[in-house]
Design a protein around this ligand. Sequence first.
Ligand SMILES: C[S@@+](CC[C@H](N)C(=O)[O-])C[C@H]1O[C@@H](n2cnc3c(N)ncnc32)[C@H](O)[C@@H]1O
Length: 247
Amino acid sequence: MALYDTLGTTYGRTRRPDPRIAARIHAALGDATDVVNVGAGTGSYEPARTVLAVEPSRVMVAQRPPGSAPAVCAVAERLPLRDGAADAVMALLTVHHWTDPAAGIAELRRIARRRIVVLTWDQRMFRERFWLVREYLPAAAAFDDSRAVPVDRLAAQLGGARQEPVPVPHDCTDGFGAAFWRRPHAYLDPRVRAGISLFAQTGEDALAPGLAALADDLAAGRWHTRHAGLLTLDTLDVGYRLLVADV
Ligand SMILES: C[S@@+](CC[C@H](N)C(=O)[O-])C[C@H]1O[C@@H](n2cnc3c(N)ncnc32)[C@H](O)[C@@H]1O
């Protein structure tokens, strides 16, 4: 059974693509005529020119909106596609789930004719800049240390890639890890946490003490005093990066 057959049951509800991030991804795809989306999930950020989605979880595929590109159940490490099958290939917030990221990246390079776009994050930056993992959830930070693929390594595996920061809007509609950086109460909601693999995989027992401390700090006004500076920002760069490679 694919991991997201259990993690992904509510994905479509909390992980709605954010239009500002979509614009960044679509710009990175450039004038590619056809796109394959690997680790496609429910189809977030797929441009209209997407010809195929590759996704191992049937639960995720079942949440793709009607009219989406066709989906095939497969993994990045063994793409059922011929060499040079698509002008561009994208892989968004998925590489950290692959059992063999190097093999998956080699497959992206094999099937892309011109462009590869990967959305990932810089774990060192994320740990330092995202208050939730830094101050409250060290177990989650440690879990991410174990699975995040260093961006420089990914860029090298891609044969060289431009790295573009992706600041997170304060009202981001895609509820990924740091999406609620200016809406701290959201992290106390189990439905929000269920849509974030970092928390779902770290486990509620390990998160409980930190979440209790966050609830106390919010109730006492301590979080707002300590993070007053954040409340004046519209976007925050916590380390999300678009890697854009020309093949
Ligand atoms: C956080 S979701 C991202 C989905 C989508 N790209 C998005 O941005 O919303 C991660 C996805 O990667 C998929 N995945 C996990 N292991 C994979 C693998 N080895 N190859 C391809 N996709 C994989 C999961 O099933 C899941 O749908």
